[in-house]
Design a protein around this ligand. Structure first.
Ligand code: 1HN
Length: 362
């Protein structure tokens, strides 16, 4: 990981206030001798290690789809899916350049797959989500079951499951890839494997997962040895309908609008063990109250237009834009003339399990 940052109350040295700065020069020899034994004084770094408040190194950021899409299309002329393995343009947080991070803990990229192309089967310990941006008639196959994908669908590739993708239609498909490999790598727990063939055999009918787990019923004797939801495609038509029905009778949250979390029907937890995913409806003319939380969050716009104030920045967004709200940074959303729908993902699923999550509703 990177070197720790300092807190605003520090003078930049990271020294705690009780350390006598004049006396530090006299300790230089001691520090040098200690370093030869790979020992270091905590008092020189304490405040940077244990900060008073979150000090995210990621910054608020916004990508407009109209700016990004041409690059995604151009990537198709630059490289084939075959050569690239996955043709993905990575969203790099401006505060974390060259690290393939959209937040400190999470990855985001746009993947494009052209008609007739396939992306070869592989598996990895890192979990992935796909959120479909545009296109139709492309599929992903996960653990021997295919699912066709449509815009707004939220699709899960659980840890260590074989997966390949293909486009059998006549137009490109673009989706957002969200992965947790930075969390896996922090813990040095990564494995990856290519499948010996191009595609993994499909041995379950399409719709099997939805039949087994998608109707508030579960097979009575099924044991689930994983924290990942057995549903691997949460289709947008169902999500959108749920939000619409909810908005007709339920009191709106002043901070979130109508916000729903994707759940694992087996245990009621987040759909993925490491990445929390949500969809929210902001009705037209809505202005949210200020909110902050410790989970840095990636938003993508599914429908509508609006404005989000993130810290001291203001983002005007429209369909398929992406924006980031760093940890403990105040966010406020506003809509004007149309309803808006936002998909979001964050590391809250990890923070909840580790009792780290905090939020503030102002
Ligand atoms: C990956 O395996 C996929 O399977 C997409 O489609 C994006 C980004 C980093 C590492 C592995 C995929 C990825 C990825």
């Amino acid at each position: 990981m990177n070197s720790p940052t300092t807190t605003p109350s520090d003078d930049g040295t990271g020294l705690v206030p009780t350390v006598n700065r004049d006396a530090e020069a006299g300790r230089a020899g001691f520090y040098e001798r200690a370093r030869s034994q790979h020992l270091a004084p905590l008092w020189r770094v304490l405040h940077g290690l244990v900060t008073e408040t979150p000090q995210p190194r990621c910054v608020p950021a916004h990508w407009r789809y109209e700016d990004v899409r041409p690059f995604v299309m151009e990537a198709c002329h630059q490289i084939s899916t075959e050569e690239a393995e996955r043709r993905v343009l990575v969203f790099e947080n401006p505060g974390l350049p060259g690290q393939s991070r959209i937040t400190q803990s999470l990855f985001a990229g746009f993947q494009i797959i052209l008609p007739g192309e396939t992306a070869p089967a592989h598996r990895h310990v890192a979990s992935a989500l796909r959120f479909i941006i545009e296109g139709r008639d492309a599929y992903t196959a996960v653990g021997g079951e295919k699912t066709m994908m449509l815009p707004g669908d939220f699709v899960i590739t659980p840890s260590w499951t074989w997966h390949d993708h293909g486009n059998v239609g006549s137009e490109p498909m673009i989706w957002l890839d969200g992965l947790d490999m930075h969390i896996v790598n922090l813990l040095a727990a990564s494995f990856r494997e290519g499948y010996p063939g191009k595609v993994h055999p499909v041995d379950r009918p399409e719709g099997a997962a939805m039949a087994e787990a998608g109707t508030n019923l579960l097979p009575v004797d099924q044991d689930y040895g994983t924290l990942t939801s057995p549903i691997f495609n949460y289709p947008y038509d169902r999500t959108r309908e749920a939000l619409d029905r909810l908005s007709r009778f339920r009191e709106i949250s002043p901070w979130h609008g109508h916000k729903m979390r994707y759940v694992n029907p087996v245990n009621g937890g987040w759909a993925m063990p490491t990445i929390a995913t949500c969809m929210q409806l902001l009705p037209k003319g809505f202005e949210s109250r200020p909110y902050r939380s410790t989970d840095s969050t990636v938003f993508t716009v599914v429908e509508g237009h609006g404005t989000s104030r993130v810290g001291d920045q203001v983002f005007h967004w429209g369909p398929h834009d992406l924006f980031v709200v760093p940890s403990w940074t105040t966010v406020q959303h506003a809509t004007a003339t149309d309803d808006a729908v936002l998909f979001s993902y964050s590391d809250r699923a990890v923070q909840d399990k580790l009792d780290l999550f905090r939020e503030e509703k102002l």
